[in-house]
Design a protein around this ligand. Structure first.
Ligand code: PLP
Length: 392
């Protein structure tokens, strides 16, 4: 059988492949600590679960509008207006099954074949995958450890060409946990002003922030029209498997994105959308408790990694990942990922799963219990000890 050429352009997320390998080892009786997958290990808060069950009983089991239920678009518009300090009308909101469709549809709706899209490297691999699928070119914006994995307007400016159609921002950032400062946002906003460039601002980790207040580039003068703000329920409310996210964009683009939704999945699940009203409108104490626990784990994992001879780890300001420098192991990141899993039973991701600039790094997700994190650190230390000495 023949398959379409465009399938060669589509990438993937290797987290799911490492998870499958780790599960296969577990099935053989091996003890594995999972630090590969990016999802909160907490249960979805009980009031949200109860709201979904109620919604099923009340008959929210049918198709709804492709852009989302009107009351949910309204609630999200009010939430973003309050949280980000920008005016948002319900017709600027599209509710989607997870945050991912927002980025895919936004790129398909704004980027032509031959255009260029600037993407962070290392970065969430789906950006480059979708850009290529759309026939465009992904231009790497390297994020360096020396710059705390942030970047400034000058780094972006050096990559601009007449073909640049979009810049992808992701703050807090997967996989490094870096956060762009308000000044970084000011400068990037000034840079794109007057140019025909979209900003895809992936803010899925907006609530998992350890210091300061999350800001969006959409709040900068003139930026709302050209910014697609992506956020959702997966990470904030431990709802990864429910599949619910949203995009906030100008109303014309929202119509294009909703038309793509009609063509692909018709609408996000109706009773899940109803439960989202409880997530946004209900008490937020479980979110706060979850972030406090992530902070405790972050501090433990950063201290533990920096105590391992040859390993250095920057302290992330948001999300639930660390991105330690493991060049001293004397092996490639992909080799380290594979050996760490098979020899030490610790599932982590190679930095190169997030782009070429991830060489020399591993990504550990600390969405796991503090006991498991401590055990993983012990195993990693033993794994690293001989190798660091041998590589010297
Ligand atoms: N954006 C980033 C940076 C992510 O890390 C993820 C999930 O890992 C997503 C988007 C997608 O989130 P969702 O599960 O809501 O589709």
């Amino acid at each position: 059988m023949r398959y379409a050429d465009r399938m060669n352009l589509l990438g993937t997320e290797t987290a799911f492949e490492v998870l499958a390998k780790a599960r296969a080892l577990e099935a053989q009786g091996r003890s594995i600590i999972h630090l590969e997958i990016g999802e909160p290990d907490f249960d979805t808060p009980a009031p949200i679960r109860a709201a979904a069950i109620r919604a099923i009983d009340e008959g929210f089991t049918h198709y709804g509008p492709s852009a989302g239920l009107p009351e949910v678009r309204e609630a999200i518009a009010a939430h973003i207006a309050r949280d980000r300090g920008i005016p948002v009308a319900p017709d600027q909101v599209v509710v989607t099954p997870g945050g991912k469709p927002v980025l895919t549809f936004a790129i398909l709706a704004t980027v032509n074949p031959g255009d260029e899209v600037i993407v962070p490297n290392p970065g969430f691999p789906i950006y480059e995958s979708v850009v290529r699928f759309a026939g465009a070119t992904a231009v790497s914006l390297p994020l360096r450890e020396e710059q705390a994995f942030r970047f400034g307007a000058a780094d972006v400016e050096a990559l601009l060409t007449p073909r640049t159609r979009m810049i992808v921002l992701n703050s807090p950032h997967n996989p490094t946990g870096s956060v762009l400062t308000p000044r970084d946002l000011d400068e990037i906003a000034s840079l794109v002003k007057g140019r025909d460039i979209w900003i895809l601002s992936d803010e899925i980790y907006s609530r998992i922030l350890y210091d300061g207040v999350h800001e969006t580039i959409a709040s900068r003068p003139g930026m709302q029209e050209r910014t697609i703000l992506l956020d959702g329920f997966s990470k904030t409310y431990a709802m990864t498997g429910w599949r619910l996210g949203y995009g906030v964009m100008n109303a014309t683009l929202a119509k294009h994105v909703a038309r793509l939704a009609t063509n692909v999945y018709s609408c996000a699940t109706s009773f899940v959308q109803r439960a989202a009203l409880t997530a946004l409108g209900g008490p937020q104490d479980e979110v706060k408790a979850m972030v406090a626990e992530f902070r405790r784990r972050r501090d433990a994992v950063v201290a533990g990694l920096n105590a391992i001879p040859g390993v250095t780890c920057a302290k992330p300001a948001g999300a639930f990942y660390v991105f330690p420098n493991v060049t001293a192991l004397g092996m490639t990141s992909a080799e380290a990922e594979s050996a760490l899993l098979s020899e030490a039973g610790v599932a982590a991701l190679s930095g190169t799963a997030f782009g070429s600039a991830g060489e020399g790094y591993l990504r550990f997700s600390y969405a796991n219990s503090i006991e498991n994190i401590r055990e993983a650190l012990k195993r990693f230390e033993a794994f690293a000890a001989g190798r660091v000495r041998a590589a010297r």
